[in-house]
Design a protein around this ligand. Structure first.
Ligand code: SF4
Length: 188
């Protein structure tokens, strides 16, 4: 059976490859020690989705496990509205949409299409502001870009030096546990 890459790991990788190592080291530890404010808010935001209590509409699917044999990825979607053929990824807060988040949504889209679902619209939903951010359906060029990114992940050399960006690090949930920098994150 081929190895599948988790869609959320791809998102972490684009943020900082070293964060994947820290996530795996600390994920079994005390959650309160590891979780910074954004992650706690994110968990709360996903609670109704994860517990499948978000909607009673029969055409709405929440927290569905998805996969793509073609791309070699697996993950979970937040919300699919069948009537609108709309796939939504919920975030607690969304000031900027990062490329990793776009790849996450594209990856979910390609998984669902391969599984036979019809999707005509994509969007992020910011819970804190109750705002919808529509995203274009990925083109075949976008798909190639995603495939190139997955290949970069697969061929990554973990022995190469990590580039430390202090602005990024202080907004990283693993900042306080990371041995690459001495400062604390902005959430403490
Ligand atoms: S603190 Fe910086 S170097 Fe450490 S995992 Fe986070 S982003 Fe990467």
């Amino acid at each position: 059976m081929p190895d599948y890459i988790s869609i959320s790991t791809l998102n972490d990788f684009i943020f900082c490859p070293y964060s994947i190592y820290l996530h795996n080291v600390y994920m079994g530890g005390d959650e309160e020690l590891v979780h910074a404010t954004p992650q706690t808010q994110g968990k709360t935001a996903h609670a109704a989705i994860d517990e499948k209590t978000y909607s009673s509409r029969k055409d709405e699917i929440t927290s569905l496990s998805v996969y793509s044999n073609e791309l070699g990825i697996i993950g979970k979607i937040d919300l699919y509205k069948g009537r609108e053929k709309l796939l939504i990824e919920r975030k607690y807060q969304l000031n900027t949409i990062y490329q990793g988040q776009i790849y996450q949504l594209w990856a979910q889209y390609f998984c669902m299409m391969e599984m036979g679902y019809i999707i005509e619209k994509l969007a992020f939903y910011a819970i804190s502001t109750n705002k919808i951010f529509p995203v274009e359906i990925p083109t075949s060029e976008d798909k190639r870009e995603l495939q190139d990114f997955i290949l970069r992940f697969k061929t990554f050399d973990p022995t190469q030096p990590i580039s430390v960006n202090i602005n990024k690090c202080t907004h990283c949930i693993y900042c306080n546990l990371c041995d690459k920098i001495d400062t604390e994150n902005v959430y403490t």
